[in-house]
Design a protein around this ligand. Structure first.
Ligand SMILES: [Zn+2]
Length: 144
């Protein structure tokens, strides 16, 4: 069942339930749909009122967007500074690293970032290798 806001030729707006959009068209064509106020049968679908977002659920302002971009850029810079870009050898690199024992204490471990197809990424996850999608496009390094 769907509800339509309907309007008669005299601008009376009312709600009516129908099995489907086509059921409304059929019933209207057969003259079964009439205005409950004036009995008029020249019925059209009223234009739906646009949804008004609830308070607290409003579109982010330009300032919010800029702040989000700034944070994303900072996060990207941090990830890029702590990880080595391995490009499309990401999957094999990730597997090779997973097979190694934990690094010795004090040894700085660098992460890797690179590219993997969705299916390769899923395979890594199913092998218990921790990976995470990055919320940004990797800047291609010239030497990669
Ligand atoms: Zn009417």
């Amino acid at each position: 069942m769907i509800v339509f806001d309907l309007k008669c030729s005299r601008e009376h707006v009312f709600e009516a339930w129908f099995d489907s959009s086509s059921a409304f068209e059929t019933q209207k064509a057969q003259g079964f749909v009439e205005c409950p106020i004036c009995g008029c049968r020249e019925i059209t679908k009223a234009v739906m009122a646009p949804a008004v977002p609830a308070k607290g659920n409003q579109q982010p302002s330009d300032a919010d967007r800029k702040e989000q971009l700034r944070r994303l850029a900072a996060y990207q810079a941090e990830v890029e500074s702590r990880c080595d870009y391995v490009g499309t050898s990401f999957v094999s690199e990730a597997r090779a690293r997973a097979g190694k024992p934990e690094s010795k204490a004090g040894e700085a471990t660098r992460g890797i970032i690179g590219e993997a197809s969705i299916s390769d990424a899923m395979a890594l996850v199913s092998e218990g290798i921790e990976i995470a999608p990055l919320p940004f496009r990797i800047r291609q390094k010239a030497d990669a």
